[in-house]
Design a protein around this ligand. Structure first.
Ligand code: S3P
Length: 443
């Protein structure tokens, strides 16, 4: 695929059924947990994106045997704390915050120093959020007080369970502590602001000793560590975050209808659907099923001619965290002013997304008011674009790239030139292929 794309035409009306690839959070979690099982696990519909391939590459460096076949991936797990590797190992997390943060949890007993590195975008992101709790377990990090990559981790044999209050609503922090607890004797207790709960669901499915008490805004999680994990096969449901781009593509296109098959609709991930429906969309789940504790459904979407603005309730912030950029595009077309608050975490993603989202909206003539944690969007339902636009210098953030592509295909304009379009490969390598199958003209 070329590194830049040019779009000169809106997409024509479509009526199609599509399938998007496997969920990224579940793909990475399956690989990490399968590596800790004793024996062979298989995953079907595993997302084959750079973030997941970097996860597999990292696990291979730690001595885990992995085979990738056409229809499935097989991991021969080494057991908890069973990694085998030589001194001076470097693990490259690439662009993946999830892999970079979660793998550290499985290294807290490592006898040697291991270096963790990442790409330019990951190297500007905060790791103190996982270093701090892992230090409490007993792990060591060098250099002292460095909160960004690269750094070294060295484990200890004297791991102790911890009590931790996770206040950011970050599933990565919560899951990191949950994985580390497997290496620790005794009970680790987490009070966690609600966030995606795939790790909890997998622990229950794997019959690991976990207790979860769900309160209104917090979850109380207790895990008793040092148990065995048995190998497990998993058919990864499709990714709702990837689906969100196609949902908004359909909403903002003329006379179109789309069905997205077998998507994971875990309620800790469906904030975007709730928000878009409150804005006047009519997104429907059909053919609902349960799969190993996760919920799946086919998502049905029809184009809409008008959208209501929203004063977005902050209770949706964590369940829509990866979808805000694309939601902002709908707010740009809404009849009135939309407000989104307490979103400082958005600037901690692959790029400072709150800032870049606002910049792109301004570029297409939408007024915004921006703070470090909030954005006000002055929607314009009659938005007509006539100029050319160029999207570059965005930290190669795949979601900024996909947002720009959907904006170009639905809002028009003379010509959109989007640089570094291969950034999509971190999470959604078939993005352009599916768009072309729907009839999009992209060069
Ligand atoms: C993820 C959690 C979220 C999300 C990321 C994937 C996960 O990050 O933004 O894309 O798989 O746990 P935070 O936990 O940092 O909010």
């Amino acid at each position: 695929m070329p590194k830049n794309v040019t779009i000169k035409k809106k997409i024509k009306p479509f009526d199609k059924v599509i399938k998007v690839p496997g969920d990224k959070s579940l793909s990475i979690r399956w690989a990490l947990l399968a590596s800790q099982a004793i024996g062979k696990s298989k995953a079907f519909n595993l997302l084959r994106s750079e973030d997941v391939l970097n996860t597999l590459k990292g696990l291979r460096k730690l001595g885990v045997k992995i085979k990738i076949y056409k229809s499935y991936c097989e991991i021969d797990g080494v057991g908890i704390n069973g990694f085998k590797y030589k001194k001076n190992l470097t693990i490259d997390a690439g662009n993946s915050g999830t892999f970079g943060r979660l793998i550290l949890a499985l290294l807290i007993k490592s006898p040697y120093k291991i270096k963790l590195i990442g790409d330019k975008s990951l190297s500007r992101r905060d790791f103190s959020r996982v270093i701090d709790p892992l230090k409490e377990f007993g792990a060591n990090f060098y250099p002292n007080n460095k909160s960004t990559l690269p750094f070294y981790i060295q484990g200890t044999n004297f791991i102790r369970p911890i009590k931790y209050f996770e206040k950011k609503g970050s599933a990565q922090i919560k899951s990191c502590i949950m994985l580390a607890s497997l290496n620790s004797p005794g009970a680790t207790k987490i009070i966690a602001k609600k966030s995606r709960n795939h790790t909890e669901i997998l622990y229950k499915f794997l019959k690991l000793p976990i207790k979860v008490i769900s309160k209104k805004e917090l979850d109380l999680i207790e895990i008793n560590g040092e148990k065995k994990i048995y190998p497990f096969n998993y058919n990864i449901p499709s990714d709702i975050s990837s689906s969100a781009f196609f949902i908004v593509l359909t909403l903002l296109s003329k006379n179109s209808y789309l069905v997205i098959k077998d998507v994971n609709i875990n309620s800790s991930r469906t904030g975007c659907i709730d928000i878009l429906n409150k804005m006047g969309a009519n997104i429907i789940f059909k053919n609902k099923k349960k799969y190993k504790g996760e919920k799946t459904a086919d998502i049905h979407i029809r184009s809409r001619n008008s959208f209501k603005p929203i004063n977005c309730p902050t209770k949706y912030n964590t369940s829509a965290i990866d979808e805000f950029l694309i939601i902002f595009l709908v707010a740009a077309k809404a009849k009135g002013i939309s407000y989104f608050k307490n979103l400082e975490e958005l600037n901690q993603k692959e790029s400072p997304r709150l800032k870049l989202g606002s910049k792109i909206l301004n570029m297409i003539g939408i007024k915004t008011k921006l703070t470090n944690s909030s954005i006000t969007i002055y929607g314009n339902p009659n938005l007509k674009l006539t100029k050319s636009f160029e999207i570059k210098n965005y930290f190669k953030d795949h979601r900024v790239m996909a947002l720009s592509t959907i904006a170009a295909l639905t809002l028009g304009g003379k010509r959109w030139k989007i640089h570094n379009s291969d950034s999509i490969n971190t999470s959604f390598p078939t993005f352009f292929k599916i768009l072309k199958d729907l009839g999009a003209k992209i060069n």
